[in-house]
Unconditional design. Structure first.
Length: 567
């Protein structure tokens, strides 16, 4: 749910902060005060298309910030956050979006930068926005198959999973065949290249670990004089010079030996220095042997440098180290073998593809049968909701057509159809002409499908336009039913919808210094009564209107409590 919203320099809004609560919240107020602008701001926070036209006149950028509490975020949404290393430990998302006059977007989610397209994808897991003139997800035919599958997920889910696993195997088999389906010229060219690469690696006689040894030996040969000088001088200081270290320590050993029996400390001193004396003798002997073994071979250095150059060339072409180079050769040998035997190999691939396709098609038909078996239940559920919204004569239908090719969701093309009046033919949902009918149909479907997307916030932007009376009351009831399971934010001009809400925000505009500003107020009980009365009668609020508004709010409060108790 949306908890907090901050809007700065956005359209006519200079600086606005709004706190939201769970349940159903309505935004009411005069036309042009900025109600829809607030919804536009939320839309941009969940990936809507930005424009410099939104930047408030006289400023250089807009700044939007929203805090969303999402403890029930779907597994897909959580996976997207994890894939982008976005922290989500406290189940909150802080989304920041800025746009400057140069068109530069700055987007951060819990401090992590995102692109607009990534934010749009993430937004589908957060908020569902329904506008008066928009054909949203429920209207898009491409989504209907997902809605049907979600409606009957217990029956369809296992079948869909089995099919999609088989479909993935089919796609992999098809891709493998296509990759091997070379023409003669391409095959000959590929074989020549593979043979050259295999011969080049073979001729190099690659040995794992050889490069590291060569580098050590090269460094020693290139620094031969420095090594020889250091070892020789060390050997001289230890044992060969007139005043060498070992002789001097030997004298100290002799001195301490004369007193070691007089005190334990002297005995310890003698033992320590004696150990040092013999250790230095061993060290001097080892260094002397090393000096004797030193040998500089310029030809060997040339060989090593040349050998390392061979490895460097192979690494540039085939991999970062010897293991990668040898693996590349193994794969090249296997590919060469497949091309050389491509006729028999292709037949095997064709047979494998045919088997995978047959299995996927079999499962697709089983999946299609389940969909056709359950679509009637969906029709009954939608028509039941439409009747509650006084669309008694309307009829709903689920069309399932068979595709020519297998797809990610089977062989079905699902489309929802509607006939809004008796005797009229069925039409696609997007062909519904009446705004009032569209509003009611959308609410009927949203009541059924509200969990399909997993979002916990649903926004209705004046979707109740074109209705009144008992239909308006029915719409208000449906919105509240949705709000029992998800946060609902609604812009409305209907008093029936406003009185049904748990919270009411009044949006007004003020003028100061020749500029227009938007103000948002959370209405108290008496203020709500006045606002609903104004919506009932217009600007002239009478005592009768106030009484009617108060009674309506009280009746709706009792009705909502009864629904909550049932839930």
């Amino acid at each position: 749910m949306l908890q907090h919203l901050t809007i700065k320099n956005f359209a006519i809004i200079e600086d606005l902060t709004i706190d939201f609560d769970s349940g159903m919240t309505v935004l009411t107020g005069e036309t042009g005060a900025g109600k829809s602008i607030i919804i536009d701001a939320v839309g941009l926070l969940v990936g809507g298309r930005g424009s410099t036209d939104f930047i408030r006149y006289g400023t250089d950028k807009f700044d939007l910030r929203g805090i969303f509490f999402m403890p029930d975020l779907s597994a897909e949404g959580r996976a997207m956050l994890a894939d982008n290393n976005i922290p989500f430990d406290d189940a909150q998302l802080m989304i920041v979006r800025q746009l400057d006059m140069n068109g530069k977007n700055t987007i951060k989610v819990n401090g992590v930068s995102m692109t607009v397209s990534m934010l749009k994808t993430l937004g589908t897991y957060i908020v569902d926005i329904h506008g008066q003139n928009e054909h949203q997800s429920l209207m898009h035919t491409s989504n209907h198959i997902h809605l049907l599958d979600h409606f009957a997920k217990q029956e369809i889910g296992p079948k869909l999973q089995a099919y999609q696993e088989a479909y993935q195997e089919y796609k992999e088999a098809k891709s493998l065949l296509e990759s091997q389906n070379l023409n003669e010229q391409e095959a000959a060219q590929r074989m020549d290249l593979l043979k050259f690469q295999i011969n080049e690696i073979t001729a190099a006689n690659v040995v794992v670990g050889e490069v590291d040894n060569f580098i050590i030996e090269r460094d020693q040969l290139q620094n031969f004089q420095k090594i020889a000088d250091a070892l020789g001088q060390t050997n001289n200081l230890l044992s060969n010079a007139d005043f060498n270290v070992i002789d001097l320590i030997g004298q100290a050993v002799g001195e301490l030996e004369t007193i070691r029996d007089f005190d334990q400390n002297y005995a310890d001193f003698y033992e320590q220095i004696t150990g040092t004396y013999y250790a230095l003798q061993d060290l001097a002997s080892s260094i002397s042997d090393q000096v004797d073994q030193l040998h500089y071979d310029p030809n060997r250095l040339d060989e090593i440098i040349e050998r390392l150059a061979v490895y460097k060339n192979l690494q540039r072409k085939y991999g970062e180290d010897s293991e990668d180079i040898l693996l590349y050769m193994t794969n090249a040998q296997e590919e060469l073998k497949q091309i050389e035997n491509r006729e028999s190999n292709q037949q095997k691939l064709k047979d494998n593809l045919a088997a995978k396709k047959a299995n996927a098609l079999k499962l697709a038909k089983e999946l299609s049968k389940v969909r056709r078996d359950v679509k009637g239940d969906l029709v009954d559920a939608i028509e039941g909701q439409m009747k509650a919204l006084y669309m008694e004569k309307a009829r709903f239908r689920v069309d399932i057509l068979e595709l020519d090719e297998l797809g990610a969701y089977g062989i079905d093309d699902v489309a929802f159809m509607i006939a809004t009046n008796l005797g009229e033919p069925f039409k696609p949902l997007v062909k519904v002409a009446s705004g009032g009918e569209l509003s009611r149909l959308m609410l009927a479907m949203k009541t059924i499908f509200q969990n399909a997307s997993g979002v916990t916030a649903i926004i209705f932007d004046e979707v109740d336009t074109g209705v009144s009376g008992r239909v308006a009351q029915a719409i208000a009831t449906k919105m509240f039913e949705i709000a029992l399971k998800a946060q609902v934010l609604c812009i409305t001009h209907l008093p029936q919808v406003a009185s049904m809400a748990d919270h009411q925000l009044f949006i007004s505009k003020q003028e100061n210094a020749d500029r227009t500003f938007t103000k948002v107020s959370l209405l108290k009980e008496d203020e709500r009564i006045d606002e609903v009365a104004r919506m009932l009668t217009g600007s002239n609020i009478t005592d009768v209107a106030r009484q009617a508004a108060a009674e309506q709010i009280e009746e709706d409060r009792d009705f909502k409590e009864s629904l909550r108790n049932k839930g």
